[in-house]
Ligand binder design. Structure first.
Ligand code: NAP
Ligand code: HSE
Length: 430
């Protein structure tokens, strides 16, 4: 058997300890599959006295993550700290510069610095692996880079944040408060250290940015992504969505339209009986549209210790077998500079909710604005009558340009009888 592959593990939280368990519990099967032992040489976290529920007594403890990049007995630095800057970025950079392979679950780091880190890794001939950074246990990085390598990818659609999907499911099923459900998701280990990254769509956008780079051969470009999270989604919207046969999902979309590529992260309505409509709780899913494969749906747990550590382990196994592939599917210096289609030009159906005073003429004013923007109504619902009082009017609109719906909503907001900013949600008939 070849000499062991030795890991230096930085970060012993949810994912780091999940990885320790796999290394310890599956040592024999991992060795049989890789043809060599996988061993942890040294570990690092902030607090050496914390009980982490795993036996770390066989490993050297180092106080500073950078020591892992310098150790002769570490072949692979496993970065499970998190964050786009600071300790994680310094460690990954130092490890690659020292000619060590890196495995990370850190989508924030790669979304912001993936291009420069990929160039660095490839210059030093080492792997920079990140299967766990997107969609937890789903092998979507491998699938896009290897399984679908024979396709021109036309679209990637993902439910990419377990916390948001868990929350949207629980809000629909139980009607409990947003904050209570968020706390539950945190207790289950799904949420980021700063959960605003989850609910504001930032975490999912980090992941979409990486999928987009892989699918379209472009440099990861987080800054130009249009991002809307789930804070604005109300129980009323979830209920109306159900009445029209839809579910609300925080959806990342990167797709080709007329030779251009658009990417956006936002809450969307999808048919409740569709493949993505059935993805509930902390599950993630990625729907891939390729010219040869046609469509494929990959689904699984997108967060938590086990699923995420499972993905980390698959990267380690690749390295143990000597497999090192271009970070984003093609050599980093060949990745195209980003050039995205403006969201304004994207055409699709919309759900529109207006909170208005129930009085004569309101609908006429609203319809006039829609007519002027050349937007056509497919169906409309108002429950009951409440003369002179607030009431919600909900419409499903035929295909219209994003710019037109934005313009119409701005005009409606200034009508005296419209009580709040109109809420519009795109409909994806996937
Ligand atoms: P976590 O539970 O907060 O663990 C972070 C670990 O990093 C802790 O052990 C912490 O030490 C250590 N750490 C923080 N700053 C450090 C520093 N300056 N030096 C040394 N150690 C430091 O985080 P996590 O949930 O495991 O996430 C780790 C990474 O995986 C993140 O990039 C995250 O986005 C990604 N990820 C997480 C999930 C998930 O479901 N949780 C899923 C996919 C990807 P102490 O324990 O001593 O404080
Ligand atoms: N906070 C993330 C989520 C963890 O909820 O999906 C997985 O990346």
């Amino acid at each position: 058997m070849s000499k062991p592959l030795r890991l230096g593990l930085a970060g012993l939280g949810t994912v780091g300890t999940g990885l320790v368990k796999i290394v310890q519990e599956h040592a024999d099967v991992l060795a049989a599959r890789a043809g060599r032992m996988i061993e942890i040489a040294a570990v690092c976290a902030r607090d050496p006295s914390k009980n982490r529920g795993v036996d770390l007594s066989g490993y050297d403890w180092v106080d500073a993550p950078l020591e892992l990049a310098r150790r002769e007995d570490v072949d692979v630095v496993v970065e499970m700290i998190g964050g786009s800057e600071g300790a994680a970025r310094d460690l990954v950079t130092a490890a690659l510069e020292a000619g060590k392979h890196v495995v990370t679950a850190n989508k924030a780091l790669l979304a912001h610095h993936g291009y420069e880190l990929a160039l660095l890794a490839e210059r030093h001939g080492v792997g920079l692996c990140y299967e766990a950074a997107v969609a937890g246990g789903i092998p979507i990085i491998k699938s896009l880079r290897e399984g679908f390598a024979g396709n021109r990818i036309d679209g990637v659609y993902g439910i990419l944040n377990g916390t948001c999907n868990y929350m949207l499911t629980a809000m629909r099923e139980t009607g409990r408060d947003f904050d209570v459900i968020l706390k539950e998701a945190q207790d289950l280990g799904y949420a980021e250290v700063d959960p605003t990254f989850d609910i504001d769509g930032i975490d999912a956008a980090h992941k979409l940015c990486l999928l987009s780079a892989l699918a379209f051969g472009t440099q990861p470009d987080f800054d130009s992504l249009e991002i809307t999270g789930i804070r604005g989604i109300t129980a009323t919207d979830i209920k109306f969505a159900g009445e029209f046969g839809y579910r609300i999902k925080l959806l990342g979309i990167a797709r080709r339209i007329d030779g251009q590529v658009m990417q956006v992260m936002e809450p969307c309505m999808v048919p409740e009986d569709s493949a993505l409509g059935g993805v509930e709780d902390a599950y993630n899913a990625v729907y891939v549209d390729g010219d040869s494969v046609e469509t494929a749906l990959l689904t699984g747990k997108g967060a938590g210790a086990g699923p995420t550590a499972s993905a980390v382990m698959s990267d380690i196994m690749d390295l143990a077998r000597g497999t090192v592939l271009p970070v984003f599917g093609i050599p980093a210096d060949k990745l195209a500079p980003p050039c995205w289609m403006s969201l304004n030009d994207v055409v699709g159906g919309y759900y529109l909710r207006l909170d208005v005073l129930d009085q004569p003429g309101v609908l006429a004013d609203v319809s006039a604005i829609l007519r002027d923007e050349r937007i056509s109504i497919e169906s409309m619902v108002q429950h009951g009558r409440n003369p002179g009082q607030p009431v919600s009017i909900v419409m499903i609109l035929h295909d219209t340009a994003h710019a037109a719906i934005v313009g119409a909503c701005q005009k409606m907001e200034s009508l005296p009888a419209v009580l709040a900013k109109p809420c519009f949600i795109p409909i994806e008939e996937l």
